[in-house]
Design a protein around this ligand. Structure first.
Ligand code: TPP
Ligand code: MG
Length: 446
């Protein structure tokens, strides 16, 4: 409101004149003027008398000795954590003091995701679904960040953030429907498995081409800013995707347009078979933040509370100050990249075992709960049984369900079907008629 008042003052707009317009017109007018004023206020001061560099592209001093800047000026960015590996709070003032109910919900979501992953991975191995990607080891990054957001915040994901959607309430039946491409799939069976999306839960449908979500998120965050909607956009991506040109475009647009956006990088050590030491030379992804003018932090992604605190604070400030934040969550991809990968070809069993047995987000949270007597062997046994039952029941329902009607393959791209698409559809039906024995149409919706 203070900003609006100062804009009014600058332009001599009295409240009475605003009231004469409709409320909508007034808001639009003010927004347009506020944008113009902000731009005017941002103009760089120009003082030609000062003996200092006048180049518009940098604010700096002259020096008289030749010196290259070392790339390691920004290196060794510290990793923020709240718990140690045994689940003990290191600095009590950083403890988010979440209720028992909230912490148990974190744990149950993290383990349910794990169980769903195991069953869908096995189901792909048995030839029941075509493809799958597990989230093993990265559960803390999903749940910690999702819990710190408002449900109205818009999520752009990569493909390994199923826990974010699960935390928002996407039911197991819809996860299964998507992977099985059955008639209940919101995408009508037209995407590869794990390419979830939910309009109701503000989760933008996943695209396979890497990093395309990053500039899209910047655009969405700019729209959110213009709406003054008190929302933030969060954009997840892997450290591998950060090497794409689109990442640069997204970072730079959001910084210069001052958008309420959280860039959430899951640095899990690999882009398929390429380890991080072959992907980049600087200090990870957080080190790039200052170069773009992004507020940046590196957190222990296996510490769900550290992820929660960092995301919560980034969200608060992104909305209050209209500026983008970069969170680099350090974690480890325990599973293979996907069902099309065999990671034993490029990493050792010892390496994987270390993360699985000694630095796992789920066991760390369990230590925390055990120390408070919130969870014991009995609760664990009962929950394992219950969660497995929930997943198996959803899995069986999905498997029995019919596939979507084949015609749906051709809908929803254009409002009205184009002649070319109509031709392709006819060709498909002729083909199906000709090779009937290969197309069990009774498994498809009529
Ligand atoms: C533009 C583009 N190039 C290459 C690929 C193939 N590809 C799929 S996932 C992937 C690795 C991505 O690694 P990262 O971003 O670190 O995510 P992670 O799988 O580790 O979660 C690659 C190269 C793709 N999908 N899109
Ligand atoms: Mg990666």
């Amino acid at each position: 409101m203070a900003a609006v008042r100062s804009v009014q003052k600058l332009y001599g707009i009295g409240l009475h004149s605003i009231r004469q317009n409709t409320a909508l017109k007034a808001t639009t007018l003010l927004q347009q003027r506020a944008f113009r004023v902000c731009r005017a206020l941002r103009q760089q001061p120009f003082d030609s008398s000062a003996e200092k560099p006048q180049f518009p592209g940098a604010s700096a001093e002259f020096i008289d000795h030749l010196e290259f800047i070392q790339p390691n000026v920004i290196s060794g960015i510290p990793v923020y954590r709240v718990m140690d590996r045994q689940g003990q709070i290191i600095n009590p003032s950083e403890d988010p003091q979440l209720s028992k109910e909230t912490v148990l919900n974190f744990y149950q979501k993290m383990t349910l995701l794990n169980t769903m992953d195991r069953i869908l991975y096995e189901s792909q191995r048995q030839g029941r679904i075509s493809f799958y990607m597990t989230n093993y080891g990265e559960e803390g990054t999903h749940i910690g960040s999702a819990a710190a957001l408002d449900p109205s915040d818009l999520v752009f994901g990569q493909y390994r953030e199923a826990g974010v959607l699960m935390y928002r309430g996407f039911p197991l039946d819809l996860f299964m429907a998507q992977c099985y491409a059955n008639a209940d799939d919101l995408g009508k069976g037209r995407q590869m498995p794990v390419h979830y999306g939910s309009k109701d839960l503000n989760f933008v449908t996943i695209s396979s081409p890497l990093a395309t979500q990053i500039p899209q998120a910047a655009g969405a965050a700019y729209a959110v800013k213009r709406e003054n909607a008190n929302r933030v956009v969060i954009c997840y991506f892997g450290e591998g995707a950060a090497s794409e040109g689109d990442a640069h475009a997204g970072f730079n647009f959001s910084a210069t347009l001052e958008c309420p956006l959280i860039f959430f990088c899951r640095n899990n050590g690999y882009a398929i078979s390429t380890p991080t030491n072959e992907q980049y030379r600087g200090d990870g992804i957080a080190a790039r933040g200052p170069g773009y003018g992004l507020m940046s932090i590196r957190v222990d992604g296996n510490d769900v509370f550290a992820v929660y605190n960092a995301t919560k604070e980034a969200r608060r400030r992104a909305v209050a100050e209209n500026q983008p934040f970069l969170i680099e969550a350090m974690t480890y991809r325990i599973g293979h990249h996907s069902t099309s990968d065999d990671s034993s070809a490029y990493r050792s069993v010892d390496e994987v075992n270390y993360w699985d047995k000694q630095d796992h987000p789920i066991s760390r949270l369990r230590h925390y709960m055990t120390a408070r007597d919130w969870w014991g062997e009995d609760e664990e046994r009962a929950w394992r049984k219950q969660s497995r039952k929930l997943v198996m029941e959803a899995f069986e329902r999905a498997e029995r369900r019919l596939k979507p009607h084949p015609d749906l393959m051709f809908t929803d791209v254009y409002d009205e079907m184009t002649p070319q698409i109509a031709k392709q559809k006819d060709a498909m039906w002729r083909h199906i008629q000709q090779y009937k024995e290969h197309y069990p149409l009774d498994l498809y919706e009529k």
